[in-house]
Design a protein around this ligand. Structure first.
Ligand code: HEC
Length: 195
């Protein structure tokens, strides 16, 4: 415990410390963008391309394509261990992959089954998610063709697209997801992607 007299002094010292940390952080931010000092490098296009988000309308979907039969191979090699070879999920600790198909129409019941088939409103954002986040153990490791095909496989297994449909930047935004109209729009403008 501090004595009563020491308390204000300690508080002043702590404040001074906080300010000096703040000041040095500012100095660093300035120098990082200062070409005279020669630190920092311009961001390359390749680096920037790792930061993307594909919105519902499919803007920014890359070139490439894939079919469910190609996707079956990608899925069995990269996803089945955690999501099950029948897309039924794998609840075992350390795997934890969700079930991906089934459950249509159950969301408003007492036993909701949340899957890609029953819940996801857009096929485009499914592509975005898989490309960025899956496989959970090695995100970003799939090619765009592999992502198109594995998404096609999941959609075909959920009877959302035909088993021989090709998914690409044109066809994916047109896929009608079963729960597309099951969402209530959030009117808060700060949450809109399209200010
Ligand atoms: C190492 C285990 C693992 C592997 C491999 C894996 N996943 Fe996942 N997946 C997960 C986990 C865990 C989650 C839940 C993540 C979360 O909620 O943040 C998940 C979530 C998902 C979801 C979202 C499900 C939902 O209803 O919200 C999809 C879709 C998905 N994964 C697809 C894939 C695909 C496609 C592959 C193969 C390319 C793959 N996953 C590989 C573990 C895995």
């Amino acid at each position: 415990m501090f004595t009563h007299d020491l308390k204000p002094l300690v508080r002043r010292l702590l404040l001074a410390g906080a300010f000096s940390i703040g000041a040095s952080a500012c100095a660093f931010a300035q120098s990082a963008s200062d070409t005279r000092i020669g630190v920092g490098t311009p961001v390359t296009k390749a680096e920037l391309s790792k930061y993307f988000a594909i919105p519902p309308d499919g803007t920014g979907l890359p070139a490439g394509s894939g079919t469910p039969s190609e996707g079956r191979v990608v899925f069995m090699d990269n996803c089945a261990i955690c999501h099950g070879d029948k897309l039924q999920g794998n609840p075992k600790p350390g795997f934890g992959g969700d079930r991906l198909i089934g459950g249509r129409g159950t969301l408003a019941t007492n036993a909701p089954v949340k899957t890609v088939e029953s819940y996801w409103p857009y096929a485009t954002t499914l592509f975005d998610y898989v490309k960025r986040a899956m496989p959970f153990s090695a995100p970003g490791s799939l090619t765009d063709d592999q992502v198109y095909s594995v998404v096609a496989f999941i959609l075909a297994q959920g009877h959302i697209i035909k088993p021989d449909a090709t998914m690409n930047a044109k066809t994916l935004p047109k896929v009608q997801m079963p729960n597309r109209n099951g969402f209530v729009p959030d009117p808060r403008p700060e949450l809109s992607l399209y200010h």
